[in-house]
Ligand binder design. Structure first.
Ligand SMILES: [Zn+2]
Length: 86
């Protein structure tokens, strides 16, 4: 079981969250002018980096807020990141 630190609710079970993917992912400025391959790459491919990755997480079964954490993909160690939105 992974404990995820929600900035508003504190440490909670991972079952209450949904991962939103890497926070460094950038949406194409004009989706209408991107190719299907570029759009598919944006939607479905991640760097799958080994080590610390900054990710968006949604506390879907809690406060429903989004926030960013730094998660080590090897050890699952989690550190809060400074970015957040409500
Ligand atoms: Zn929360």
């Amino acid at each position: 079981m992974l404990l995820i630190p929600c900035p508003w609710c504190g440490q909670r079970n991972e079952d209450e969250f949904m991962c939103g993917g890497e926070s460094a992912r950038v949406r194409p400025d004009d989706p209408a002018s991107t190719t299907d391959a570029q759009w598919s790459d944006y939607l479905y491919n991640s760097t799958n980096h080994k080590g610390v990755v900054r990710e968006w997480w949604w506390h879907v079964n809690g406060c429903t807020k989004w926030f960013v954490i730094d998660r080590d993909t090897v050890t699952h160690a989690i550190q809060p990141a400074s970015e957040e939105i409500s």
